[in-house]
Design a protein around this ligand. Structure first.
Ligand code: CA
Length: 308
């Protein structure tokens, strides 16, 4: 072997580790670039969600002002209004709490009547109404026939018992032994803890009125008392397609001549999820809902942005 050939062979041996190092370097930098792109993307999504959340909270405050005003654009019967503002699909609904069945205020006969008239079988309505009363009454003595106090919860294999105090949230009915997920989904939208009345307004519409079986109209009408229009539930959801969604649920107390007062400010429970974005798109050619003009005042001027 000549000196020249030996030298080439040595160069070859040196070249392989160099190539390997370069390859590793390229792979590491590509990985780092991908990771930093991912971090930027995640950060951008976080910023979008925060911005959308701030917008939704602003819409919720505007909806509260609207419902407290003398010429409300929102009809407080739980029906959703849709708006499309810039790239946001917004759904808003308001519900007068006096149009709902109050878990703490309703008497046992009223609970039975409203639950039966809105579609529960008589047996199920009796059991659930009695369990509601046992959950909230301070004693540990079960209602005759259908009640459930600590003993019945234990027998049903539940690790908890009745509160023996007022319901603090309508979702607490999920704790009752007789309330299955199917029953929960069915009755929870009809309930409130914010009217406090042994009465209900079904003459002005609302979720309960919409569900009353005509044959059972009389059972509910005997509890009919006009709404005081004093406490409203508001749910606002906004989505930017494929990027972010945010929802807010609030309860607002309204007194004439005063600023609305929020009694609850939360993320919605699953049942409060408002209409899907698809239904917003299908109504795209309709006139914008009256509340949309009010919401648009919250957005900064679109100057400099391409008009879509
Ligand atoms: Ca009790």
């Amino acid at each position: 072997m000549s000196r020249m050939a030996a030298h080439d062979e040595e160069d070859g041996f040196v070249l392989i580790p160099v190539l390997a190092i370069v390859l590793v370097f390229v792979m590491v930098s590509a990985g780092m670039a991908a990771r930093s792109r991912l971090l930027v993307l995640q950060e951008t999504n976080r910023v979008r969600t925060v911005a959308l959340g701030a917008a939704v909270d602003g819409f919720t405050r505007l909806a509260a002002l609207d419902i407290a005003g003398p010429a409300a654009r929102l009809v407080p019967d739980g029906s959703p209004q849709h708006c499309r503002l810039r790239d946001m699909d917004i759904t808003v609904s308001a519900t007068d709490q006096d149009m709902l069945l109050d878990l703490n205020g309703a008497s046992l006969p009223m609970l039975v009547d409203v639950l039966t008239a809105t579609g529960l079988a008589t047996d199920a309505a009796n059991v659930i109404a009695n369990q509601i009363v046992d959950f909230r009454d301070p004693d540990d003595a079960s209602q005759p026939l259908f009640g459930a106090e600590r003993f019945e919860y234990q027998r049903a294999g539940l690790a908890w018992g009745p509160r023996n105090g007022y319901f603090a949230d309508t979702m607490e009915i999920a704790q009752l032994p007789a309330v299955t997920p199917v029953v929960l989904a069915r009755i929870e939208p009809l309930l409130t803890i914010y009217s406090g009345r042994a009465a209900i307004d079904v003459a002005s519409g609302g979720p309960v009125a919409a569900r009353i079986d005509s044959a059972a109209q009389g059972r509910v009408e005997r509890w009919q008392t006009p709404s005081r229009r004093s406490t409203f539930g508001i749910v606002v959801e906004a989505a930017i397609k494929g990027r972010a969604t945010f929802a807010r649920s609030a309860i607002v107390a309204v007194t004439e001549g005063k600023a609305p007062r929020f009694l609850r400010w939360a993320r919605p429970s699953p049942r409060e999820d408002v209409a899907p974005v698809a239904s917003v798109e299908s109504s795209g050619n309709e006139r914008p809902a009256p509340i949309c003009a009010l919401f648009s005042t919250l957005l900064p001027p679109a100057a400099g942005q391409p008009s879509s």
